[in-house]
Each structure stands twice: as C-alpha cells, then as structure tokens.
Design a protein around this ligand. Structure first.
Ligand code: NAI
Length: 363
C-alpha cells in the first residue's frame, strides 16, 4: 500500500481537467501517494439518489485527507451545496485560504501575504432557511412579532444567522495557533458587531476573550469592521496578516483576496477539522470553461501544496511551489487568465495540461 492514500473528488465543470493536471504534478514529484477516486454532485444524483453519497464520506473518514475539484450548486432551487454539506458532515470547521503574491501573475499588487481563516460551519451558511409562504416562515414571523423583536413582512423568505461561543472559540483559537506555528505576527477578527449585536457581537466578544488567553504568545490582536476591512484590503493589502471571520464574510473576502493576487485561478484553500482535512481551491466549477482545456489549475495545484505539507511531504510541497513560481515568472506557458492579466489579451496562452507539463518540467 502507498504511504499516503488520499480521497480524490474531481468534481464537475472544470473540475476533472484541473484535477488531472494536479494529480499529474503531484505524481511527478515521486511522492508515494495513491488516489481513492469517488464522485459527488449532480452527476451522481441519479445513481445514488443524493449528490453526496455515503461512500464519499466514508472514504474521507477512512483516509482522513481528501482533495477535491469544484462542484456546481444549483442556484435557488435543487439540492443544497455539496461543498457546504461536506464541510458540515465532517465538521471541517476551518476554511484556510492563504493569499500571497507570485511574480508573473500580472496581479495589481506584488506585496500580498495574508491568510484568511473562515469559520466553516455556521452563520448564514448553516442552511437554516424558511421559504417564503411556508408554514415555518409564517410561524417564525409570528414568533418574532409575539416576542416584540420586530415586524417581518409576511411575504419574506428567511435565513438564520447562528453564531455560537463554541464555534467562535475554536476558530479564533485555530487562527492564533496557526499564526504561532507559521511565524505570523497579527490576528485580525473581522465582524459587523456594531449592527449585529447578538451574532457578530458575540463573535467579537469571544474573539477578544481568546486573544486574552494568547496575550503572551507575541501575536498581536486587533478587530476590524467588515466594510472598512474591504476598503483597507484594496488600499493596503500589505497591512494584513491572519484574518479570522464568520462564514459569509470569510467567503466574500476570500474572493476579494484572490483578486489581489491575480484572480480565482491562483487561490488555494483547505477545509480543516479536528479529524479530517479536505483541500480545494477557492473558485467554483466555472461552467463556461468546462471541457475546453482552458482553466488555470494553479489554485488546485497550490491546494495540493497545502495538502503535501499537511501530509508531512515538505520537500515535495516546496518543489511544486517553486516550479509553479518559475513557470509563472517565465510567463511563456501560462493559461488564458494569467496571459490576459499580464498582456490584456489571451494570445499566446496555453491550455490546462500544457501548463501542467511546464510545471512538471521544472520540478
Ligand atoms: P467560479 O469560481 O466557478 O467562476 C467565476 C469566474 O472565475 C469564471 O467564469 C472564470 O472567469 C473565473 N475562474 C474561476 N476559476 C478559474 C480557473 N481555475 N481558471 C481560470 N478562470 C477561473 O464561480 P461561479 O461562476 O460563481 O460558480 C460556478 C459554480 O461553482 C456554482 O454552481 C457555484 O455554486 C460553484 N462553486 C463551487 C465551489 C466549490 O466547489 N467549493 C466554490 C465556489 C463556487
């Protein structure tokens, strides 16, 4: 048996192509790894009656580590996000998204080196929703009125935003532990506590308590309001170090941070819990590029770098990162998105697999 058995979910849309590119790069490092391929999403719905079959969860539970491509979520109707369900089922309570500048991407900034630590299990993503006109919505509207908490229009759909002491404590602790382990200097808690007193207000209160416990760690702590954070991230991306946020703000700021470093094609991620870790890029399935051998596999390849580090394969991780940096710095064999950001045109770009070949050549 291989030294590492990793669950592989290639996903849909551009998922299968970028997954192929990623597995080829990882295998070319010589790391002793075996992929256990399983599938989730709309394509398996008919066969298993669910977009997230039990055997997929069993595979991750057995192997403890998985890497996945994006999975499409139907908007407004249909099944709930498989990605969100996977994070909840496996209690992958941290979404870790490092954003760092790599020369050659044509990004607007060359001085970004921040890490987003996003709470992954609650907030508006808890999936507790009441459809407009449903009995549940009607009862909830009455409950709110009866408690003098406010008037909700009868034709409203409602999504709940639960934020707990438990989940806030563990995510802020994760941010501090990560900061210490990775030589970081500052943790910033991001919130809207001035308006959302009982949800974000609680997040901030607990974050401050945890920060107190880490007072001797040498890690600086500060808090910032989400809207001000957005502006300052764009004005001064170099200010930021580790940012810890509730789920929805973390999701939105992850894309903003990806924009600072050259776009979604560049932004890796990891979902980490006490027992399991699932690595995946920030971006989605980009359906309009599916099957065209155009998508940039860098975000997934860099997610694999995070995975290799997690598996203790630091040398292989460093080699892959260095190879990606070299190919981007040379700027010859890059995908359409990078070519366009650099030159304003996609002329001369290469496809997904040719880019992967270039990375493999530099390993
Ligand atoms: P998206 O991230 O799939 O794509 C937005 C745009 O970003 C694309 O049209 C493309 O221009 C660019 N882009 C994204 N990835 C790229 C890559 N690797 N290389 C080059 N360009 C890239 O976001 P969108 O369109 O909002 O979502 C599409 C689907 O993906 C939805 O069903 C959504 O729910 C799902 N999704 C899944 C995620 C996951 O599996 N974790 C995360 C985010 C979205």
């Amino acid at each position: 048996m291989a030294k590492h058995v990793v669950t592989l979910i290639s996903g849909d849309g551009i998922g299968p192509e970028i997954t192929k590119a990623m597995t080829r790069v990882v295998e070319a490092t010589g790391v002793d790894i075996e992929w256990e391929s399983v599938e989730a999403g709309a394509d398996v719905m008919e066969k298993y009656g669910t977009p997230l079959p039990q055997h997929v969860l069993d595979s991750v539970r057995k192997n403890k580590v998985a890497i996945k491509g994006p999975i499409t979520t139907p908007i407004g109707t249909g099944f709930r996000s498989v990605n969100v369900a996977l994070r909840k089922e496996l209690d992958l309570y941290t979404c870790l998204r490092p954003s760092f500048s790599i020369p050659g991407t044509g990004a607007r900034y060359d001085n970004v080196d921040l890490v987003i630590v996003r709470e992954n299990t609650e907030d508006l993503y808890a999936g507790i929703e009441f459809e407009e006109g449903s009995k549940g919505a009607e009862e909830l509207i009455k409950f709110v009125a009866d408690h003098g908490a406010g008037i909700i229009r009868p034709d409203s759909g409602i999504s709940l935003k639960p934020i707990s002491v438990t989940c806030t404590r563990r995510i802020v602790k994760f941010a501090f532990d990560y900061a210490i382990a990775n030589g970081r200097k500052k943790v910033t808690a991001v919130h809207k506590a001035n308006i959302l007193k009982y949800s974000d207000g609680l997040f901030l209160k607990v974050a401050r308590e945890v920060a107190e416990e880490y007072a001797d760690s040498g890690i600086e702590f500060e808090d910032y309001i989400i809207d001000a954070t957005c502006m300052q991230l764009v004005l001064h991306p170099e200010w930021w170090d580790v940012l810890v946020l509730p789920n929805l703000y973390g999701d939105i700021l992850s894309d903003l941070a990806a924009g600072l470093i050259g776009g979604l094609g560049m932004a890796p991620g990891a979902n980490i819990g006490a027992d399991y870790a699932v690595f995946e890029p920030v971006h989605g399935s980009a359906p309009k590029y599916a099957g065209k051998d155009m998508a940039n596999p860098t975000a997934l390849i860099l997610s694999a770098v995070l995975m290799l580090n997690h598996l203790g394969e630091r040398e292989a991780a460093d080699r892959v990162l260095a190879a990606v940096k070299t190919v981007l710095a040379e700027g010859e064999k890059v995908t359409y998105d990078i070519k366009r950001t650099n030159t304003g045109s996609t002329e001369g770009c290469v496809g997904t697999q040719t880019y992967a070949d270039a990375v493999i050549e530099k390993l």
